[in-house]
Design a protein around this ligand. Structure first.
Ligand code: HEM
Length: 491
């Protein structure tokens, strides 16, 4: 009897492995690194965000634009081919996210980024009008005031041999997203609200730590980790901060109703995304918790992405002085008062738009997005079984010479209409595309343009000799040795 149990225990992992191979048999012709029994490719993929990026770039070179990796009992198919990317992103069926997003749930709940099915559809419909052009227009005041503070802070770094601009931009983006989404000035750049600011940072650090840990990613085991208690406290700080603001906004709103004050009282007033959601709630009865999920999702999706976008654009300008000079000329010729950039200025600056697009190609803020297939299906000639994870490898596609000749060259003219027409529409998708594209795309472009125009007008940005960013995938694209440049005052 004992022997039977021992044999069963020893053979169980192998039987399990055979079951996985059988389940994904239809993918046997898809190339990929050879998996070891039971652990698959888990060890090959590495232990850090940098290892992850390096491995999947290396395999894309070796195996092409469609390849598979085995991790645990999941199979991920990495896709950096525009045709299949289009089939997935343009579909109304393949809208369910993979398990890679699960570790964000404790903070974000099932907000717009993570939800699926009916919940996602109804929330997307509800939230879309909050990003209306008229609302974005009034956010320019926020982009300007926070950007002006950033310039003052960077001015103190002029003349240093190396400045890591990332943390400066990060606090500016956090100020912007909190004021535009919740209507509160957290003044992170001035050193205020440190508890909330630290909680955001620490949660994201632990999120990445858990993503790369074999056991801490499992909730039942993470409870026994030394960081669990602190983690719970962070979540309380994060949730309480947003809930307090929602409750206060609701109170103010009902007060206004009883006092019969119409919002349109002739005074130009900024309306935060939260207030827009509270308006819609009259029809849909969203609870405080429902609104919290969405606001926290904006804070998460809306600040590290833009930080990464602005920081790498600045690095690209430092490395490409002729592009920077051309952009400087555009900025001085279009903008009369750099402290008050208007929507019209931003719309006129076509070269700035192309520079930002090129920076998002070389350094896409979101390098990979993932879906879980809920049904067996054939996409692009491949039979994918239910539960396959599709990893759309945006970074890989943007660096492929088949779609972008001389891919490491920073060339803003790739976005001239005649050059764009030469490419597949889905070869360039930094904001994703289709029904689940980035709802904050216009917001992000306006914010990034405003901040970059201010930096370029005030400073000459120079490269740091021998510096190269140490890139890794930590949900967003991040550099693990900072994003370093030198700054000089412009006369
Ligand atoms: C450079 C800046 C940004 C980039 C590159 C970016 C990119 C993306 C991408 C690739 C997705 C799809 C994610 C996926 O399918 O897993 C996405 C979704 C999303 N983004 Fe952004 N984003 C940026 C800024 C923003 C901002 C500023 C906001 C909000 C203010 C925002 C809010 C969202 C939301 C809510 C979703 C989920 C949409 C849905 O699933 O319906 N993003 N973003």
């Amino acid at each position: 009897m004992i022997w039977a149990i021992i044999i069963a225990l020893i053979s169980a992992p192998f039987v399990w492995w055979l079951l996985i191979l059988t389940k994904y048999k239809s993918l046997s012709k898809v190339p990929g690194p050879k998996p070891s029994p039971i652990i698959g490719n888990s060890l090959d993929i590495g232990q850090t965000p940098q290892d992850l990026l390096n491995s999947i770039v290396k395999w894309a070179k070796e195996f092409g634009t469609v390849y598979k990796v085995f991790i645990g009992n999941d199979v991920r198919v990495l896709i950096s081919n525009p045709e299949i990317t289009e089939s997935v992103l343009s579909s109304n069926v393949h809208i369910t996210k993979s398990n890679a997003y699960d570790l964000l749930k404790p903070w974000l709940g099932i907000g717009l980024l993570i939800s699926t099915g009916k919940k996602w559809k109804s929330r997307r419909k509800l939230i879309t009008p909050t990003f209306h052009f008229k609302i974005l227009d009034q956010f320019l005041d926020v982009f300007n005031s926070c950007g002006n503070i950033l310039v003052q802070r960077l001015a103190k770094e002029v003349g240093k041999n190396s400045v890591d601009v990332y943390p400066f931009i990060n606090l500016c983006s956090l100020d912007i997203i909190c004021e535009t989404s919740m209507g509160v000035k957290i003044k992170a750049q001035q050193g205020n609200n440190t508890e909330y600011v630290e909680a955001v940072r620490s949660f994201l650090d632990i999120f990445i730590h858990r993503t790369f840990s074999v056991w801490k990613k499992i909730d039942a085991l993470f409870r026994f980790s030394g960081m669990h208690k602190a983690y719970k406290q962070l979540l309380t700080i994060l949730h309480q901060f947003t809930i307090n603001i929602i409750v206060t906004s609701r109170e103010k709103k009902s007060q206004k109703k009883t006092e019969n004050i119409t919002p349109d009282d002739g005074i130009k007033r900024k309306v935060a995304l939260l207030e827009m959601l509270l308006e819609s709630e009259e029809n849909k009865m969203l609870s405080n918790e429902d609104i919290r999920e969405e606001i926290d999702t904006f804070v998460f999706e809306g600040h590290d992405t833009t930080t990464s976008g602005i920081a790498f654009a600045i690095l690209s300008l430092a490395e490409n002085p002729e592009v920077q000079e051309k952009l400087y000329e555009e900025v001085v010729s279009v903008i009369d008062d750099i402290e008050n950039i208007t929507m019209q200025h931003l719309q006129e600056m076509k070269y700035l738009e192309m520079v930002l697009k090129e920076a998002q190609r070389l350094y896409p803020s979101v390098p990979v997005i993932e879906r879980r297939l809920e049904v067996d299906c054939n996409i692009g000639g491949y039979d994918f079984p239910k539960d396959t994870f599709l990893s759309l490898f945006i970074y890989g596609m943007h660096h492929n010479e088949k779609y972008f000749p001389d891919p490491e060259k920073f060339d803003p003219y790739r976005y001239l209409p005649e050059n764009q027409a030469q490419r597949h529409n889905y070869a360039y998708v930094p904001f994703s595309a289709g029904p689940r594209n980035c709802i904050g795309q216009k917001f992000a472009m306006l914010e990034m343009k405003t901040i970059i125009a201010k930096i370029v007008k005030n400073f000459k940005v120079l490269p740091v000799p021998d510096y190269k960013p140490d890139l890794g995938i930590a949900a967003i694209l991040k550099s693990y040795n900072g994003v370093c440049v030198r700054l000089q005052h412009r006369q």
